[in-house]
Design a binder for this molecule. Structure first.
Ligand SMILES: Cc1ncc(COP(=O)(O)O)c(C=O)c1O
Length: 373
């Protein structure tokens, strides 16, 4: 193998267990976007073995794919689904999210035509400013949904915009606004089985947000939601990005490296080419780092589609074919996803979600007692 993502399913198992113990309520494992690059089907199988109550996807097609692969756990489609896709949702027993009366009417019509029963969670915008109905408009809509012959009101939820930030007010205000709706639903005997709000940071930092179910994504994969909202000790990153040296040579002084010659050697410099580039999910930038023979080396020149170049002056023992780490551990050294996120001006989520389809996914299951938790 030249370039691959090594995914430790044992780390995912460990992280799910920790989340469940910490939250004290059932877990909806967010596996959308190919499980943040980790492999949706493989991660869902582990989550299912761990007994998570729900899986969360963004699109109805993702849910259908999981059913095709034999996943039986309840699946919530958290994004918008067009009414035309209701037959797919019914066939595959997917629970849909709704937040517009027109869509809800469309769902009722489609479900009636199939003589089916469609399970729904209603999404509320308590402050995110994205998908969702305002909580103040919720009571009548919830009543209407619960009266439809072919719709079942199974849940209500909201999403937190700032749970991974140090200021707590925005999240507390969102929860208070959601709570007002929940009180109305209680009074009207309309509170459904599942009330949920917490993403990873909400689960960790806002116990009040846990309600009946938590919806972690990034924490399952062992990555920090943000530098200000780190995971507790004992969570483990599941993904490492690995490749190999495909060429080594010494360039003369004043020799350009890679497209645009954005790097120039100042003296004779030994460089190595690594078989990974932006088509594999490594950011096209001048900020590349790697571990070679347990030593940290820096990129020279811009990252290309299929390769990147590093300086090997400090690693004279490096050989063509050596395994290199783009993120993960080698010997006592580590390159973290946090570090790359910072260097690239993004968040951990984007670094792992960028993992493209091309590299092989190598699944391993490191023993629990190696985790030092
Ligand atoms: C509705 C919803 N819930 C939960 C999550 C999981 O968030 P996180 O990865 O921050 O835990 C997401 C991810 O974006 C989401 O869209």
């Amino acid at each position: 193998m030249m370039t691959w993502f090594e995914i430790d399913l044992g780390a995912i198992r460990n992280n799910i267990r920790r989340l469940r113990n910490l939250a004290g309520v059932p877990v909806l494992a967010v596996v959308k976007a190919n499980a943040y690059g980790h492999g949706m089907v493989e991660v869902s199988r582990v989550a299912e073995q761990e007994g998570v109550e729900w899986l969360g996807v963004a699109r109805v097609e993702e849910g259908a794919q999981l059913r095709k692969e034999g996943i039986r756990t309840k699946i919530l489609v958290m994004g918008y689904t067009a009414p035309e896709s209701v037959p797919m949702a019914l066939k595959d027993n997917l629970t849909l999210t709704v937040f517009h009366p027109e869509a809800a009417q469309g769902y009722q019509n489609q479900a009636a035509a199939m003589n089916g029963e469609l399970r729904l969670h209603v999404k509320f915008d308590s402050g995110m400013g994205r998908l969702g109905m305002f909580p103040e408009e919720g009571l009548d809509f919830i009543r209407w949904v619960s009266e439809q012959p072919n719709l079942t009101l199974d849940g209500v939820f909201t999403h937190l915009a700032c749970a991974d930030e140090p200021e707590k007010k925005t999240t507390n205000d969102q929860l208070a606004r959601f709570d007002l709706l929940l009180e109305q639903l209680e009074q009207g005997k309309l509170r459904p089985r599942w009330v949920h709000a917490a993403n990873s940071a909400g689960t960790l930092y806002f116990p009040k947000a846990r309600y009946d179910l938590v919806r972690p994504g990034i924490a399952i994969y062992g990555q920090n939601p943000s530098p200000q909202a780190p995971l507790p000790v004992g969570f483990q990153p599941a993904m490492s990005f690995k490749s190999r040296l495909s060429s080594i040579k010494t360039l003369p002084p004043k020799h350009g490296v890679s497209y645009g010659h954005r790097y120039m050697t100042s003296k004779a410099e030994r460089v190595g080419v690594i078989s990974a580039g932006y088509a594999d999910g490594y950011r096209r930038s001048d900020h590349a780092f790697a571990l070679v023979r347990g030593k940290r080396v820096r990129g020279t020149g811009i990252v290309c589609m299929d390769q990147l170049v590093v300086s090997l002056d400090d690693v004279p023992e490096a050989k063509i074919g050596d395994e290199v780490i783009l993120f993960g551990q080698q010997g006592g050294e580590v390159i973290t996803v946090d570090e790359l996120a910072e260097a690239w001006g993004t968040i951990t989520y984007e670094v792992v979600c960028a993992a493209s389809a091309r590299p092989f996914r190598l699944y391993i299951d490191r023993a629990e007692d190696n985790r030092g938790a």
